[in-house]
Design a protein around this ligand. Structure first.
Ligand code: F1P
Length: 360
């Protein structure tokens, strides 16, 4: 890491950069809180009192729900769906069907977002199922409303945008789910170290691409477990840098959006293990259309599909390594923001928590 970011050792140019670069510490806290609640979590996964799982949040934590729900269904064999809190609040009958006895899994950095709190109160009053929450503030209203709370104060942030809070909450969810297959959980203990190595090795690439003004539009492609992550990084690129940016499932990108690809386009692929052959084919075609591609994957892929690639070499299964996709892409969005003269600590029009009064 060059010294320009660290004006004085430990003093970063922005809170956002500091929070992105120190997120592996919050990852360790996430693993620790899951170990501390191991028994109650494993009991919950075996419980028969609920028929399916609704995972909910807003903004970043809605996209986090999109990354967690498919993993819950894949690992626990329980039907699980990501639903924005406002939809659960305003259209509950379209989400919770007759005879369904769901568990509500809420995710919120602040634990104070009005839509998520109101949806949880309605859920408890009308359906009465168990509620678990993941967040960063122990005193939050959502924690008081929940039967189980996994809280990481180490994820708290000064910046409005979620970076280390997002990855710490994602890791807590993935680690809790991995407890259903405990050997998998043990493998995740290497993640904080892997995160530090990844940031140290590829920081300058993220800075180079974020600062490269030939790129005028960004497309983030992720399928399966990676779609929620692609959606979150798309939000980071918008929130921090106000750039033209969208997220798509890999193969959906051919069905129209690829019309936008030209020599000013960076297509970023969050590669899965499950569907890598199909995903690499899409990336190869986007390069042929003149776009540049950046690929994040466990192992190296053929260079004709990738102008730039970041390989994790983590040895971890797809179900357990989602957080490794985040730091470099958060840094890419960060340096694009700096290039666009934006201050990511205080994004345009945004506040850290959306609190609505009675009328709204
Ligand atoms: C959710 C959220 C953030 C967004 C902004 C406003 O907050 O939508 O995702 O970046 O900060 O709030 P939370 O419920 O996770 O605290």
């Amino acid at each position: 890491m060059s010294n320009t970011e660290q004006l004085i050792p430990g003093i970063y140019e922005t809170h956002t950069l500091h929070e992105i670069l120190t997120q592996p510490l919050a990852w360790q806290a996430a693993l620790d809180v899951v170990v501390a609640n191991q028994e109650v979590i494993q009991t919950l996964w075996k419980a028969e009192e609920y028929s399916d799982i609704i995972v909910t949040g807003c903004g970043s934590t809605h996209y986090l729900s999109q990354a967690v729900a498919p993993l819950l269904q894949r690992q626990l064999g329980r039907r699980a769906r990501p639903i924005p809190a406002s939809e659960l609040l305003l259209f509950p009958e379209t989400i919770i069907g007759p005879g369904s006895r769901p568990l509500l899994f809420t995710i919120s950095r602040s634990g104070q977002t009005t839509e998520t709190i109101r949806a949880t109160v309605l859920f408890k009053q009308r359906y009465g199922g168990p509620v678990i929450t993941i967040g960063c503030y122990p005193e939050a209203e959502l924690v008081a409303l929940s039967d189980l709370a996994l809280v990481m104060p180490e994820g708290q942030e000064q910046s409005v945008v979620q970076t280390r809070s997002f990855s710490a909450m994602l890791l807590a969810a993935q680690a809790a789910i991995a407890l259903a297959h405990e050997p998998q959980f043990q493998t995740m203990r290497s993640l904080p170290g892997l995160g530090e190595r990844l940031i140290a090795t590829h920081h300058d690439l993220a800075k180079q691409l974020g600062g490269d003004t030939q790129f005028e539009r960004f497309y983030f492609l992720g399928s399966g477990l990676q779609y929620g992550l692609a959606s979150e990084i798309n939000l980071k690129m918008k929130e921090m840098s106000l750039s033209v940016s969208e997220a798509f499932h890999f193969m959906e990108f051919r069905h129209g959006p690829m019309s936008m690809v030209n020599e000013h386009t960076l297509v970023v692929g969050l590669l899965s293990d499950t569907a890598s052959a199909h995903e690499i084919a899409v990336l190869r075609e986007m390069r042929a259309l003149g776009g540049k591609t950046l690929v994040l994957s466990e192992d190296p892929i053929p260079t004709e599909a990738a102008d730039f690639q970041v390989n994790f070499h983590s040895g971890l299964a797809e179900n357990n390594r989602a957080v490794l996709y985040l730091p470099l892409l958060q840094l890419l969005s960060y340096y694009r923001a700096r290039t666009n003269g934006q201050n990511p600590d205080h994004p345009h029009n945004l506040t850290a928590v959306i609190v609505l009064d009675a009328e709204r």
